[in-house]
Write a protein that binds this ligand. Structure first.
Ligand code: F0G
Length: 420
């Protein structure tokens, strides 16, 4: 495994029958590197054979029907049969998901070529980011496996979300943050929900190494790791794909996603692929991953056509949520984008700030800088003629404006609109 020292495979011995009670019948986990499959085990976070990342394999058949699902609340658990958690397990939930899909009215550059652009506004989740979709699943598992609490490294949103869901579950929450690298709103949330905060020198990547050390030392039994290498947490995030199809009634041509640790783009693609494999949709979208130019390991890897990650030491961008140089999920994300016929692109901090102002001042949609990368990326694709006439595009706006008030006040609020 590229990033971490020691394998965490099978670090605990939750009995098979206990695992079966938590997970849906027929669910397996599979190594994305060596392809080996295993019975579901919540504590197996890397492949015990090769240390590769794992992904959840859903049963080949499902009883899920969109018509029946639509009678339920519009939220992550509407798609329950498509999630790996057994129906008998009560979720730890704040009614996350069910976020608005908002058509852009005033800032569609290249409108003559593109018919519909929508923003999936993940800022309207309970803690203000898409992370809640993963945490409802991850913390539900944590509550059922006898751990004391959960632990995450974070650029902020994962911390805020983990803190809230752990509070709801009555679990401890430890968050490891890059010192000085987390926006104020997110720290405030983590503190408010009662998380124990540890700060480390360096970037997110160093914080994540710290979590691994903690988990290796204590075996994961005390604090359950819920970063996005945890394949179960990512299962919740695939519901973004389900909701897009549910609400549009069809599959968009392109989905544009800001990429940091690269779990979300992988999860969304997995969601579309599962709908396709169950015969619930008949085409797949192209996935476009957007990275900030100063923190673009995947875009660099993509440009070079490499099959090893081009890591970035000391990543730099105003979009602190995606200031990540060694994305754990790089292999999953690279495969997702390649398989979908999409691409990775970079945008500058200036392009991010312009897009952020446009979304807010022209559309009424307030997002944090990382989220605006999707609109900035869309504008770049249009300018480069990489979007065809008549295509439907969905931009994932990952987090709420209130997450990062300092950047708004110092860099965006008074900015004049540049629409060119
Ligand atoms: N947008 C926002 C607002 C985020 O907080 C993140 C990730 C991303 C995009 C990128 O998602 O990592 O799945 O590619 N934030 C993580 C955190 C790293 O700790 O909150 P990704």
């Amino acid at each position: 495994m590229y990033l971490f020292g020691e394998s965490l495979g099978n670090i605990n011995n939750l009995s098979r029958s206990a695992s079966r009670r938590i997970f849906r019948e027929g669910v397996l986990i599979k190594c994305v590197q060596c392809g080996h499959t295993y019975d579901p085990d919540p504590f197996m976070v890397l492949c015990p054979r090769c240390r590769g990342l794992l992904e959840v394999v859903m049963p080949s058949k499902t009883s899920f029907s969109m018509e029946i699902a639509r009678m339920r609340r519009f939220s992550v658990w509407r798609y329950r049969e498509l999630l790996p958690i057994d129906d008998g397990v009560t979720p730890v939930t704040l009614n996350e998901g069910g976020t608005p899909l908002i058509p852009l009215m005033r800032c569609r550059s290249g409108t003559e070529r593109v018919v519909d652009v929508y923003v999936k506004f993940e800022g309207s989740n309970p803690t203000g980011s898409f992370k809640d979709r993963g945490m409802t699943v991850g913390v539900t598992i944590a509550r059922n496996i006898g751990v004391e609490g959960v632990i995450v490294a974070s650029t902020g949103n994962t911390a805020a979300s983990a803190a809230a869901y752990a509070a709801r579950a009555g679990l401890r929450c430890v968050v490891v943050l890059p010192k000085g690298g987390v926006a104020k709103g997110k720290i405030a949330q983590a503190l408010l929900h009662g998380a124990e905060i540890r700060e480390v020198e360096g970037a997110f990547d160093d914080a994540l190494d710290d979590v691994f050390t903690e988990v290796v030392v204590n075996g994961g039994r005390k604090l359950y790791p819920l970063n996005s290498y945890n394949p179960w947490r990512l299962e919740g995030q695939k519901t973004i794909a389900f909701e897009i199809v549910d609400e549009l009634g069809f599959v968009p041509d392109i989905v544009i996603v800001p990429v940091g640790n690269a779990g979300n783009i992988s999860a969304i693609w997995k969601g579309f692929k599962e709908l396709y494999s169950y015969g619930l949709i008949d085409k797949l979208p192209r996935m476009v991953g957007v990275q900030a130019a100063g923190a673009a390991p995947l875009a660099l890897t993509w440009e070079q056509g490499a099959d090893r990650l081009h890591a970035v030491e000391n990543p730099q961008t105003i979009a602190s949520a995606i200031r990540i140089g060694k994305p754990v999920n790089w292999l999953k994300a690279l495969r997702a984008v390649k398989e979908s016929g999409g691409r990775f692109i970079t945008v500058s901090d200036e392009e991010i700030l312009v897009a952020m102002k446009m979304l807010a001042a022209l559309e009424g949609i307030g997002v944090e800088p990382a989220s605006a990368a999707s609109l900035a990326g869309y504008r770049k694709l249009v300018d480069s003629n990489l979007i065809d006439g008549g295509e439907v595009v969905v931009l994932i706006a990952t987090g709420h404006a209130l997450k990062d008030p300092d950047t708004i006040v110092s860099k965006v609020a008074a900015r004049a609109l540049q629409l060119g």
